[in-house]
Design a protein around this ligand. Structure first.
Ligand code: AMP
Length: 120
């Protein structure tokens, strides 16, 4: 699978569509999810063109990986959800239910989040 330059998060990175920025540095951009599932629901994406967590951990440089995951923690602390706790999640591919093919971490917080996986 090739990276799709027209995916919605690629457009956000190019500033082609609006988004609510929470944190940004050289490695990552964090912004509010458009359809929040918790009081705090933030997406953190790498600046590089990676399709999924699998793609990112396979192909990104050590600096990109370190920088990105540091940015996830920094974002949580900036939101002040680190003390009460929060959840990070990444959907990968078809079974994971990934909708947008640019690697992203969901960051949920602001309330007790309940069970990790809903049974069908
Ligand atoms: P996933 O299913 O893990 O690929 O999640 C994609 C997430 O992107 C969903 O939670 C959507 O609500 C969110 N999303 C889609 N379009 C936008 C957008 N333009 N701005 C912010 N979040 C978005």
């Amino acid at each position: 699978m090739l990276y799709d330059n027209e995916n919605i998060f690629a457009k956000i990175l190019r500033n082609e569509i609006p988004y609510k920025c929470v944190y940004e540095d050289n490695y990552a951009l964090a912004f509010e999810d458009i359809n929040p599932q918790a009081p705090n629901h933030i997406l953190v994406i790498p600046k590089g063109k990676y399709i999924s967590f699998d793609d990112f951990t396979n192909l990104a440089s050590d600096m990109e990986i370190t920088g990105f995951f540091r940015a996830v923690g920094t974002t949580a602390r900036k939101l002040k959800i680190d003390k009460q706790g929060y959840r990070v999640l990444s959907n990968i591919g078809k079974h994971g239910g990934q909708e947008v093919p640019h690697f992203h971490i969901h960051l949920f917080g602001g309330k007790r989040l309940g069970p990790m996986i809903v049974s069908e």
